[in-house]
Design a protein around this ligand. Sequence first.
Ligand SMILES: CC(C)=CCC/C(C)=C/CC/C(C)=C/CC/C(C)=C/CC/C(C)=C/CC/C(C)=C/CC/C(C)=C/COP(=O)(O)OP(=O)(O)O
Ligand SMILES: O=P(O)(O)OC[C@@H](O)CO
Ligand SMILES: [Mg+2]
Length: 248
Amino acid sequence: MQESSGVDRVNGRAAERQLREWRHLFKLDPDREISDSALDAVCRSGTDAVIVGGSTGVTYDNTTDLLARIRRYEVPCVLELSSAEAAVPGFDAYLVPIVLNAGSAEWIAGRQAEAIAAYGSMIPWDTAVGEGYIILNGGSTAAKLTGARTEIGERDVLAYARLADRLMRLPIVYLEYSGRFGDMRLVERVRADLQGARLFYGGGVTDAERARLAAAAAHTVVVGNAIYERLDDALATVAAVKETPAPA
Ligand SMILES: CC(C)=CCC/C(C)=C/CC/C(C)=C/CC/C(C)=C/CC/C(C)=C/CC/C(C)=C/CC/C(C)=C/COP(=O)(O)OP(=O)(O)O
Ligand SMILES: O=P(O)(O)OC[C@@H](O)CO
Ligand SMILES: [Mg+2]
């Protein structure tokens, strides 16, 4: 384990505890171009960790290339798996999405079980962490891919979150609005209702103002597309999140 990685590889549950302390995360998509100077700014920004992931076009090669570039820096780097073929060794931890409101079991347990069977003893269980995704922007790539039931109200969102939190005991519930800024009242309600899981929020956090709102509602704020579209504003989200008092 690298001293600076921020993720304890000796004991997977310790890795989960460390993830719980993270307030701000940047998500880099291996399927999108990023210049060396932009990557340098992201990795030195003070974010708690960089997630590598995207819903489509993620391959072993583009994931390996991005990991090698990020490894020049001390920032912890975790892989969010969206395809079994792109399970690249060398990350500090592995996040495995389980799309609770997917239209088909393929995205809830099907692909995951297939990959677990295929990789067998090669899986680094000590750094593997499950994420209970609830996808709420029907226009997003992830929603279309998984046929997610996005037209649902607070009662159903809370039910999915409780399923993940109280029954499945997943360490992370992820409210995903990728590409659109979500309903912070709903985010706040879901976070306040969780008993053990950490609430990750991602979607449309494009500047400091939105980052503050999201940081007041969720435990952890994830910033993705803004890195590619409005880099300076994206970088400003780090301080905005860190300066916002963490919710309970
Ligand atoms: C080294 C080694 C062998 C490591 C293995 C690590 C490990 C723990 C393996 C276990 C096996 C396993 C379970 C593998 C994963 C299998 C798998 C493919 C699961 C399916 C994941 C899934 C449900 C994907 C659906 C899409 C999704 C929810 C992706 C999450 C990321 C996301 C939403 C990104 C946003 O995407 P983006 O492209 O940016 O979207 P926009 O267009 O909106 O911007
Ligand atoms: O790309 P954005 O809209 O910032 O969303 C971040 C993340 O939740 C995507 O999985
Ligand atoms: Mg994206």
